[in-house]
Write a protein that binds this ligand. Sequence first.
Ligand code: PRT
Ligand code: MG
Length: 215
Amino acid sequence: MITIALSKGRIFEETTPLLAAAGIHALEDPDSSRKLIIGTNREDVRLIIVRATDVPTYVQYGAADLGIAGKDVLDEHGGEGLYQPLDLNIAKCKMMVAVRNDFDYEASIRQGARLKVVTKYVKVAREHFAAKGMHVDLIKLYGSMELGPLVGLADAIVDLVSTGGTLRANNLKAVEEIGEISSRLIANQASFKLNRAQLQPIIESFSTAIKSAVK
Ligand code: PRT
Ligand code: MG
C-alpha cells in the first residue's frame, strides 16, 4: 500500500490534477468528508489528510510514503529523512517581510533599531535577519500574523503573500522578499528505495503533468 499525505484546501485542490495524471482519483472529497484516510480508485494507493505543517512529520517517520508540502513548511521542518524529488510548481506565493504602511523599515534598519517580528516561521525568519546582520526579537504566532503590527505586538511580520489582498486590507506593505515558495513532492528515504517500482511511475506522471502545465 502506498500512502500519500496531503492537507485539505489549496494543496488538495491543486494536487488533484496531478493525481489524476497518475491515474489516481480520491473516492471522497476531504473538504466535505470527515474521514482522515481516503481511499482511491487504486487499491494500492490511499490518501491521508493531515495539517499542512504535519505532512513532513508523517513522511519522515514512514507513516506516509509520499507527501506534498510547501517549501515554507519544509524549510521550517528542516527536511530530515526526506527526499524532495520534485518541485510541483503549485500553491505558489512568496515569503515576505511586511510592516504597517506608515512604518519606515529602511530608516529603522539604518538606525540599527531592534525590531520585534511576529511569525509562524521562526527558523526561516531567524536565518533571514541573521544573514542581514539585523538583531530582531522574534515572537512565535500560529496564525493571523497580520494583526501583530496593528495592535503593537510587533513592528514587522514574516508571512506568505500571494495576491497581497490580506496585507492591503490591513494597511500593511511588503518591504522585503525572503524567497519564492511552491509545494514540493516529498518521499520517505527508506520507502523511496524499498518501493521504487511502485513510486517511480507516480513521480514520473507528476513530472510530465507539471511540464505540460508550464506554458
Ligand atoms: O490554514 P491552516 O492553519 O489549516 O494551515 P496552513 O495555513 O498551513 O495551510 P494552508 O492550506 O492555508 O496552506 C498550505 C500551503 O499553501 C502553505 O504551506 C503554503 O506553502 C501555500 N500557500 C500559498 C499559502 C498561500 N499561498 C497563502 N497566501 N499559504 C498561506 N497563505 C496565507 C498567508 O499566510 C496570508 O495569511 O494567505 C494570506 C495571504 O494571501 P493573499 O492572497 O491575501 O496575499
Ligand atoms: Mg492557512
